[in-house]
Design a protein around this ligand. Structure first.
Ligand code: 13P
Length: 334
């Protein structure tokens, strides 16, 4: 394992009070996001959009790394520079989503496992050559009657662990992302239990696969009531539940926890991250963000493919990234 290389990447990702921007939407997902603003998804519109995001002046002050989809990692910006170069110029590290999405888990209707282990070692070598220094793999767990099943937890944990070990072997820092979805009418307690069972399964598998906990990052969901739940949870309640689960299940050797936003509103996600950091004064990990929707939604809505909106859209991105940076310090004041 290339420990020194991994540590150097981690130092950069964790430096400053910064977050990670997830801009790694698959072709299907970006098409859905673009359709919502009446924009066709083509190689050109995807390039324009992501180039607009990455060239936001000053973004590197609040964002330490950006997770890319393969197409973007290998794409050039309009200036002819590669996208990874564009990021590096602003002090942001390029990362790469390496999973290939989910597939139905046989025998367990509604549950999934994640694809992409075949040929992963070879892909990691070529991604590293293209400039990627960290990676992401997402396992998805659903809350419902009998869900997540033990089988789904074990299967998703095993693939996350094998992915993480392969990344470390190739000098790439793995972000381990087990996402317990917000979909459903379940309460905070159900999300607490599901998230804790999931994280315990994930860390068991990471241990069995001899993954270095010091050389990885965790990207979990916050513990929240389901989207269709009538229960309202305050930011403090979410923060308390989230920290309780993390303290029960995440070893202190893990240097950083970067939350996904998972369908929370942009302000809501920032407020909750802030509450987590206010309550976590003595937590062993850095607690930051790796949002996609909670960073990008207001930006994409404003830009909507119109060149005249470019600068204002960048200002919106910068403002949100700055607020999340304050929330990482527990200093956000809505
Ligand atoms: P959201 O913040 O929109 O949940 O996306 C994070 C992510 O990277 C999903 O894999």
């Amino acid at each position: 394992m290339q420990t020194r290389t991994l540590e150097q990447t981690l130092e950069r990702l964790l430096s400053g009070s910064r977050g990670i921007l997830a801009a790694d939407e698959s072709q299907r997902t970006i098409e859905k996001r673009f359709r919502a603003v009446q924009l066709a998804s083509t190689e050109e519109t995807r390039r324009e959009y992501r180039e607009m995001l990455f060239s936001t002046p000053g973004l590197g002050e609040y964002i330490s790394g950006v997770i890319l989809f393969e197409e973007t990692l290998l794409q050039n910006a309009s200036s002819g520079k590669s996208m990874p170069q564009l990021l590096e110029e602003q002090g942001m590290l390029p990362g790469i989503k390496v999973d290939k999405g989910t597939s139905d888990l046989p025998g367990f209707p509604g549950e999934t496992f994640t694809q992409g282990l075949d040929g992963l070692r070879e892909r990691l070598i070529s991604y590293h050559e293209a400039g990627a220094r960290f990676a992401k793999w997402r396992g998805v767990l659903r809350i419902g009657p009998g869900q997540p099943s033990d089988t789904a937890i074990v299967e998703n944990a095993r693939s996350l662990a094998l992915y993480a070990a392969l990344c470390q072997e190739q000098g790439i820092v793995p972000i381990v992302e087990p996402e317990v979805l917000m979909e459903g009418a379940h309460d905070l307690q159900a999300c607490t239990q599901a998230t804790e069972r999931t994280l315990l399964g994930v860390f068991h598998a990471l241990h069995q696969q001899r993954v270095s906990l010091e050389c990885m990052l965790l990207k979990p969901n916050m513990v929240v009531p389901g989207l269709e739940s009538r229960e309202q949870a305050s930011a403090v309640q979410v923060a308390e539940a989230t920290l309780r689960v993390l303290r029960h299940s995440v070893p202190s050797a893990v240097p950083g926890i970067f939350f996904l936003s998972g369908g929370q509103g942009a302000e809501e996600a920032t407020e909750r991250l802030n509450a987590i950091n206010e309550l976590a004064r003595h937590a062993p990990w850095v607690l930051s963000s790796s949002f996609s929707r909670a960073l990008q939604s207001p930006v994409l809505t404003h830009w909507a493919g119109r060149p005249e909106n470019r600068e204002e859209a960048q200002q919106i991105l910068l403002a949100r990234a700055r607020l999340n940076s304050l929330a990482r310090l527990g200093q956000y004041d809505p």
